[in-house]
Design a protein. Structure first.
Ligand code: HEM
Length: 128
């Protein structure tokens, strides 16, 4: 699992990119832009954030040796869909609970990655 953590993040990022672009094209074809926020977050949280985590793991292999690497992976992999499914409920039905839970999980993922980076900064520098 730790060995493949970069590829897991990047494969999932690319899946989000396909879905996000598909939604963007769908919005354009239908000329209905109500899902623009969802589209933006699928692309940014789904594609960009996962891809950055994946490339960071590829660039600095010391990161995956951190004891925080697995919790960071899981909290991000679960937090993103919870957040993205929650967004339309918050936007259209005034039910923000899922979006709140998902966003806090994503924040936890960002904090963990920050701590991993700081914790492994010596090894990370040696790969720069
Ligand atoms: C096939 C590729 C894509 C298509 C067809 C597409 C299409 C669209 C459309 C139709 C809108 C709504 C514009 C409006 O409300 O007037 C939009 C908004 C947006 N898109 Fe895309 N998009 C694509 C890829 C991306 C990617 C890769 C990203 C980011 C990495 C992105 C980020 C955004 C953002 C930030 C907005 C603004 C959302 C908002 O106003 O809430 N898009 N896009």
């Amino acid at each position: 699992m730790e060995k493949n953590i970069d590829r897991i993040f990047i494969a999932i990022a690319l899946a989000y990119l396909v879905v996000g672009m598909g939604l963007g094209i769908g919005m354009g074809v239908a000329e209905e832009f109500a899902y623009a926020h969802l589209h933006a977050h699928i692309n940014l949280v789904g594609f960009v954030a996962h891809a950055v985590f994946g490339f960071a793991h590829k660039l600095w292999p010391a990161l995956r040796e951190s004891s925080l690497a697995k919790p960071q992976l899981y909290v991000t992999l679960v937090g993103a869909p919870v957040f993205l499914i929650g967004l339309p409920f918050a936007q259209f039905h005034a039910q923000p609970l899922l979006a709140i839970i998902g966003s806090l999980m994503l924040l936890a993922g960002a904090v963990l990655f920050f701590l991993m980076f700081i914790g492994k900064s010596k090894q990370v520098q040696s790969f720069a």
